[in-house]
Design a binder for this molecule. Structure first.
Ligand code: ADP
Ligand code: MG
Length: 417
C-alpha cells in the first residue's frame, strides 16, 4: 500500500492539473517498470507530495470554520435581480464558503482507516479535493467584474474535473471494503461526502447559471418546473441505455398529477430518477425471458403533488427484492450484478449519468448497474433535500420505490443547501 501512495502521489506532483481515474489506473499498471527507474529528482518530488497530504495548515484552519448553508428560498430570492452586483455577491459567497466545505471533506479523507485511505483510487479523489482547495483558497479576493469572470471560469473547470468522483469512490470502496470492519464508518463517510458534493455542485452551478439568465430559471431553480417533463427526460435516457444493453425496454407509463408545476431544482432529480428507473428496468427485463418479449410488464410512475411535498412512486413488476436482501439493497456497494457481466468493471461509464453536464457523452450513457451505489446515493440525496426514499417490495411480483421531496416554497421546507 505504501508504494501505491507513493506512486500516485508523485504522479500528482508531476501532473499537469487534471487527474482522471483512467489515467491514474493505467499509469499504475503500465508504467511500473519505468517508474522503478525513477531519478532522484522524482524521488524528491515524491517526498514533497506525500508530505502535501498531511502538511496543510490552510486546510486545517478552513475546516474549523462554520459552513453557511442556505435555504432554497434564500437562494431563490437573492438571485431575483439579475444584475452585476448579485453575481459579484454570489461569487464572494462561494469564495468564502467553498474552501470551508472542501476542507472539511479533506479532513474526512484523512480520517479514513489507513487501508482505505491509501487505496489508489480513493487517494486520487482525496488529491482532487486538495487540489480544488488550493486553487480556490489561493484565488485573489473577488472585487471586480473581471475577478468574478476568472473565478467562474475556474469553478467551471473544477466542476468538470470532479465529474467522475462518485464513480471513483464507488470503484475505490469496492476494492477495499472487504478490509473494513466498521460498516457505519463507510456509510457516514460516503453519505457526507456525496451529499456535500451535491450541495457544492448545486451552489456552483447556481452561480454559473445566474450569469446566463435563462427564461423561467433563477440560477438552477426552475421557477415553473413541469415535473412530468423532468421525469420523461429520465425515462428517455434510461430507455436508451437499456435498449443499448438489452435490446428491449418495458414501457414507462406516467399517471397522477401529471400537470404539476412548481419551482424546484432539477439537478438532484436528474441524479435520482435515472438510478431508480434503471433498477426497475433491469429487474423487469431480467425477470422476463426474451421469449416473452411482447409481454414485458410496464413500469408505472405515479406523481402526487400537494402543498408540502411531491411524491414519485416507481412501480415495477420485476419480481421484487428477496426478503433476505431487503436491508442490504440500500447498502453502499451492495449489488446483485456479478462482476463479469457488470458494466462497471471497465470503469468506462459513470455511476450517475450526469445527463446535464456530460463533457464526454458516452454513447451507451453510463452503466446500467454494477457498483451498488444507485440506491444508497439516491437515498442520501433525497434526505439531503429534506425528503426520503423508501422501498416496498412484493416478493414474487415487483418493487415500489417512493421518492418524497419537500417543495422548496413550502413553509415547512426546513432543509438547507
Ligand atoms: P446496482 O444497480 O449497481 O446493483 P443499486 O444500489 O441501484 O445498485 O441496487 C442495489 C441492488 O438492489 C440491485 O443490485 C438489485 O439487486 C436490488 N434492486 C434495486 N432495485 C430493484 C428493483 N426495482 N427490483 C429488484 N431488485 C432491485
Ligand atoms: Mg442501480
Amino acid at each position: 500500500p505504501t508504494m501505491s501512495v507513493m506512486r500516485i502521489a508523485s504522479f500528482g506532483a508531476q501532473g499537469r492539473g487534471r487527474l482522471s481515474l483512467q489515467r491514474t489506473t493505467s499509469f499504475l499498471s503500465s508504467n511500473r517498470v519505468e517508474y522503478r527507474a525513477s531519478t532522484t529528482t522524482s524521488e524528491r518530488e515524491r517526498a514533497k507530495s506525500v508530505a502535501a497530504f498531511y502538511n496543510q495548515p490552510a486546510v486545517e484552519a478552513a475546516a474549523k470554520k462554520r459552513t453557511v448553508r442556505l435555504t432554497p428560498s434564500a437562494i431563490l430570492y437573492h438571485g431575483r435581480t439579475d444584475d452585476e452586483a448579485t453575481t459579484l455577491k454570489s461569487a464572494q459567497y462561494l469564495q468564502k464558503e467553498l474552501p470551508v466545505r472542501i476542507a472539511k471533506r479533506i479532513i474526512a479523507f484523512r480520517d479514513l482507516p489507513f487501508i482505505v485511505g491509501c487505496n489508489p483510487i480513493i487517494l486520487g479523489v482525496h488529491e482532487l479535493y486538495l487540489r480544488a482547495f488550493n486553487i480556490l483558497n489561493s484565488f485573489e479576493t473577488i472585487k471586480t467584474r473581471e475577478d468574478e469572470v476568472n473565478y467562474s471560469r475556474k469553478l467551471k473547470e473544477l466542476l468538470e474535473d470532479h465529474q467522475n468522483v462518485v464513480t471513483n469512490l464507488a470503484a475505490g470502496f469496492r476494492e477495499c471494503r472487504r478490509h473494513i470492519q466498521n460498516e457505519e464508518l463507510v456509510v457516514r463517510f460516503l453519505d457526507k461526502t456525496l451529499t456535500s458534493r451535491l450541495g457544492i455542485r448545486m451552489l456552483a452551478q447556481h452561480h454559473l447559471s445566474l450569469r446566463e439568465s435563462k427564461p423561467n430559471y433563477v440560477g438552477i431553480i426552475n421557477v415553473a418546473m413541469k415535473l412530468k417533463e423532468v421525469i420523461e427526460r429520465s425515462c428517455q435516457f434510461v430507455s436508451r441505455v437499456a435498449e443499448h444493453k438489452y435490446g428491449r425496454v418495458p414501457q414507462l407509463k406516467l399517471s397522477g398529477h401529471v400537470n404539476a408545476v412548481f419551482p424546484y431544482i432539477e439537478l438532484p432529480l436528474d441524479y435520482i430518477l435515472p438510478e431508480v428507473l434503471k433498477n426497475a428496468v433491469r429487474a423487469t427485463v431480467e425477470s422476463h425471458s426474451e421469449f416473452e418479449m411482447m409481454r414485458l410488464p410496464p413500469i408505472h410512475i405515479t406523481i402526487a403533488s400537494n402543498e408540502i411535498d411531491f411524491i414519485i412512486r416507481i412501480s415495477d413488476r420485476g419480481g421484487g427484492i428477496p426478503h433476505h436482501l431487503m436491508d442490504r439493497a440500500l447498502e453502499y456497494n451492495f449489488t446483485t450484478a456479478n462482476e463479469e457481466n457488470s458494466d462497471s468493471t471497465q470503469l468506462e461509464g459513470r455511476v450517475f449519468s450526469d445527463m446535464m453536464e456530460a463533457v464526454n457523452p458516452n454513447p451507451a450513457g453510463g452503466p446500467m448497474h454494477g457498483f451498488g451505489f444507485g440506491l444508497p446515493t439516491s437515498r442520501a440525496y433525497a434526505e439531503y433535500m429534506g425528503g426520503s426514499l423508501e422501498i416496498q417490495a412484493m416478493q414474487g411480483i415487483g418493487t415500489d420505490v417512493y421518492l418524497r421531496l419537500k417543495h422548496i416554497n413550502s413553509p415547512s421546507a426546513s432543509f438547507r443547501i
